[in-house]
Design a protein around this ligand. Structure first.
Ligand code: GLU
Length: 447
């Protein structure tokens, strides 16, 4: 059985599908050949659950989405101070290929657009590194973030190198001010290879979730970055990640994000999840049209805006599970938001329920937000559809609206007769105390 999350993502995807606004990028000739209809969406939680819909296996070049990750790698390798010496952390509100340097020190101000990103790339693997070794360091690091070996798309690389005049001029300028040491051509070749690494939306969602998870890839569980590096990277993304649309993006969507000219877009909610989309047609600011639309919907529906005042952080939402005859009681606690509901549904749908009745006891839940409510009800509806009898126990009415999407109501059971969820836990604690007392008594008698 499948949890409702992929269906929810599919709904978002289907709503965005008819939108044909925007144009595919054509300044890199091979990108102009991209199939504009491609559409994919993926989500990865910091608990490592990955959900994806649409063209989720289709590879495309990461382009500018590599920038925050290479910035994070530079911070990790060299520390904040060393990175700050050559690149600032200000949103420049300019296009990706703008030459925006600080007026006095000529440092690029924004690490999320090309001048700053090329400078950051030059820090990787030490200033003396050759092009190949530096690129390999970046490729293998991005691979670890994605949890699989990523490859460079040679066709995209060649195509971009053929028309790299703008980036070459940025590199010459940076070199003339002593910001980078490499030959301009080598700096551009390194940076362009970084941009030509192929990814899927699933890769991007996992990479984003790794930042959201404080640097541990939630799927492979490999620790890749320090938590403060992730925090700084996400902070810079939140103000500078969306080209010249960064301010409006933060106001409307409120998710730290980065987009790329091949149509990729990723974002994350610290401590919660990573999201990624792919749709090649871009708006005037260079952001994926349908990607922006899907993110806006997700942010609104799921209450993901960073500045939302809705409480989002919960404790372990399942307190206990008790089976009593034909009934299985799931005792839920805390506040139920998207993340908590995802954990509950994941557990419920993973359980070997046989033909048990499913009773969700929410008497210890103090709040359920809109998304949490919607997901719980939909999960229960699906369980009923699969043949289970369902009910909730809700003596304090924390779930005000019990109507499910098919118009029927979630049945309510009285608390009387329900089991004591803590009985088992107390028994366990009592046994442990008794054992400890026994061994203490034994020890004192042998002394
Ligand atoms: N490789 C592209 C460039 O530097 C990346 C641009 C982007 O994705 O914004 O022109």
């Amino acid at each position: 059985m499948q949890t409702p999350i992929p269906f929810y993502l599919k709904e978002i995807l289907d709503q965005a599908k008819p939108n044909t606004d925007g144009e595919v990028a054509d300044y890199i000739p091979v990108l102009a050949k991209a199939d504009p209809e491609r559409l994919g969406l993926a989500l990865c939680t910091t608990t490592g659950h990955v959900y994806s819909v649409g063209d989720d296996e289709v590879e495309f070049s990461i382009q500018s989405i590599s920038k925050p990750f290479v910035y994070a790698l530079a911070l990790q390798e060299l520390g904040v101070e060393a990175v700050k010496k050559v690149v600032g952390m200000e949103p420049s509100g300019e296009a990706f290929n703008e030459l925006s340097l600080g007026e006095e020190d000529h440092r690029p101000v924004n690490p999320m657009i090309n001048a700053g990103a090329m400078t950051t790339t030059q820090l990787i693997n030490g200033v003396d590194s050759g092009v190949e070794e530096r690129v390999e360091r970046i490729r293998s690091f991005l691979s670890k973030l994605a949890g699989r070996e990523l490859q460079i798309d040679q066709e995209v690389l060649d195509s971009e190198m053929e028309g790299a005049d703008r980036n070459l001029s940025l590199a010459h300028m940076l070199r003339s001010y002593g910001i980078i040491e490499d030959e301009a051509h080598d700096a551009v070749l390194t940076y362009t290879q970084q941009c030509a690494i192929n990814v899927t939306v699933k890769d991007l969602a996992i990479m984003a979730a790794t930042l959201a998870n404080g640097g541990t890839n939630p799927v492979t569980e490999e620790k890749l970055l320090d938590a403060d590096v992730c925090q700084l990277t996400m902070a810079v993304m939140s103000s500078a990640g969306m080209y010249d649309g960064a301010g409006r993006w933060m106001a409307n969507v409120g998710i730290p994000a980065k987009s790329g000219v091949a149509g990729g877009l990723l974002g994350m909610l610290p401590g919660q999840l990573g999201i990624a989309s792919f749709s090649p047609r871009l708006n005037e600011e260079g952001n994926s049209v349908r990607g922006v639309e899907m993110f806006r919907r997700l942010s609104q529906d799921m209450g993901l805006h960073l500045m939302s005042t809705e409480e989002r952080y919960g404790i372990q939402p399942i307190r206990n599970v008790i089976h009593e005859g034909a009934d299985s009681y799931f005792y839920i606690q805390g506040r139920i938001n998207f993340n908590a509901a995802e954990t509950i549904l994941h557990e419920l749908f993973d359980y070997d329920l046989k033909d048990q009745n499913v009773i969700v006891d929410i008497s210890r839940v103090n709040a359920v937000n809109r998304m949490g409510r919607r997901m719980l009800k939909e999960g229960l509806r699906r369980l009923r559809e699969a043949g289970h009898e369902i009910a909730i126990v809700d003596p304090d009415n924390v779930m005000p609206n019990l109507e499910m999407r098919d118009g029927t109501m979630v049945p309510v059971r009285e608390q009387e007769g329900a089991l004591d969820p803590d009985e088992e836990l107390r028994d366990e604690a009592a046994t442990l105390t008794a054992l400890a007392e026994e061994s203490a008594a034994e020890e004192s008698s042998t002394n």
